[in-house]
Design a protein around this ligand. Structure first.
Ligand SMILES: Cc1cc2nc3c(=O)[nH]c(=O)nc-3n(C[C@H](O)[C@H](O)[C@H](O)COP(=O)(O)OP(=O)(O)OC[C@H]3O[C@@H](n4cnc5c(N)ncnc54)[C@H](O)[C@@H]3O)c2cc1C
Ligand code: FES
Length: 274
């Protein structure tokens, strides 16, 4: 091995966008490698971001592999590392190691209808695969996004979502009623039941809080989706990212290597350690 897998590559923050404010703020960061490194990745893969002197966090790459100019990460402020990232400015340098994980088998989905179902920051891993499918629209059939958050202010990629409506079906929701809100009110799984996407020739990708995923899968099953048609991501806590430390295990699986993407058919065979 000519490269130590633990040594991050240096990247500059070239754009920082506030997505969500309030008590659970989210920002999107665009990064550019200092030495123009050729960092190729698949949709659904992640990278370990380091803030020097603070630590590392595993974050999904939210940009599409078709976008060669930058990598984008959309990050919820949680603790030590993510707070430090939120405090950074354009021009600051972070470390990036990866990419890690398996990614979505998007090549196998050619000719199918794709239904993306997200909640809150869960749109970040979906965004990469959604943008890739849009960029290769001729390879896929109908594209649909069902996305929700607690309030309209908690929806990420607001401007991009409006733009998205020109190219695909978008159904948004908020958990509780708001004066100006004209779309669905209720939880994301209820919106799935309401919009009734057809399981025929379809693949669905769902990411979000574990409780949302659980009920989205139940709603999809009731609509006739088979386990093999449902994909999700598992975000067990991670340390090394390369299958060495055992922090992320589900049974014999290292989520950092064998996941984080699983079909429901695969995931339901594993112990419920996620
Ligand atoms: C595969 C994968 C992909 C991820 N993608 C994203 C992403 O795209 N955007 C994003 O904002 N976050 C993502 N995360 C979660 C992110 O890694 C954690 O929020 C981050 O590491 C927290 O680090 P911290 O130092 O800020 O917080 P810490 O100080 O380490 O912890 C603060 C709080 O967050 C909790 N926490 C830490 N890690 C996790 C986790 N994995 N799951 C649930 N709770 C956790 C801790 O228990 C603690 O309560 C992902 C995690 C994984 C494993
Ligand atoms: S994070 Fe170390 S084995 Fe997966």
């Amino acid at each position: 091995m000519d490269h130590n897998a633990y040594i991050p590559k240096l990247a500059k923050l070239i754009d920082i966008k506030k997505e969500v404010g309030g008590a659970r703020p989210i920002k999107s960061f665009r990064t550019e490698f200092l030495n123009k490194n050729d960092f190729s990745f698949r949709c659904g893969q992640c990278a370990m971001l380091s803030v020097f002197g603070k630590g590392e966090s595993m974050i999904s790459i939210s940009s599409s592999p078709l976008m060669k100019d930058y990598l984008q990460f959309s990050i919820l402020k949680m603790g030590r590392v993510t707070t430090s990232l939120h405090d950074m400015q354009i021009g600051d340098i972070i470390g990036v190691r990866g990419p890690y994980g398996n990614g979505f088998p998007i090549e196998d989905w050619r000719g199918k209808n794709l239904i993306f179902i997200g909640g809150g920051i869960g749109l970040a891993p979906i965004w990469s695969v959604l943008q890739t499918a849009l960029g290769k629209k001729e390879d896929y059939r109908d594209l649909m996004l069902i996305y929700g958050a607690r309030t309209s202010k908690d929806l990420v990629f607001r401007e991009e979502l409006e733009e998205l409506r020109k190219n695909m079906t978008v159904h948004l929701s908020v958990d509780v009623e708001e004066p100006e809100w004209e779309e669905f009110v209720g939880f994301v799984p209820q919106n799935v039941t309401d919009k009734k996407p057809s399981p025929e020739n379809a693949i669905t990708v769902t990411c979000g809080p574990p409780i949302m995923i659980k009920f989205v899968i139940k709603a999809l099953e009731e609509l006739g989706f088979k386990d093999e048609q449902i994909y999700t991501t598992v975000e067990n806590k991670m340390k090394c990212g390369i299958g060495k430390c055992g922090r992320c295990n589900i049974g014999v699986h290292y989520v950092c290597k064998d996941g984080p993407v699983y079909s429901w058919a695969e995931l339901k065979k594993l112990p419920q350690e996620y």
